[in-house]
Design a protein around this ligand. Structure first.
Ligand SMILES: [Zn+2]
Length: 68
């Protein structure tokens, strides 16, 4: 599951995407899963999590993006 989240974020890189849009795009039943997976990714050096305008919905909220 986090693999699918990672691929989606990589596809959108370097733009940030929010948890809701991740859940939407991947059709996750529980959008909390998107947040959990995104948080796991943000624990690695290649991804970062911060409050920003999501590239898909344009709303400023916690987002994840690939940083390198
Ligand atoms: Zn969004």
């Amino acid at each position: 599951m986090s693999d699918a989240v990672r691929k989606l974020i990589e596809r959108l890189a370097p733009d940030p995407v929010c948890d809701d849009c991740i859940a939407d795009r991947l059709e996750l039943a529980d959008r909390q899963d998107a947040g959990i997976a995104a948080n796991e990714l943000a624990g690695t050096s290649q991804f970062e999590r911060r409050r920003d305008a999501c590239v898909l919905c344009g709303i400023t909220k916690p987002t994840t993006r690939r940083s390198i």
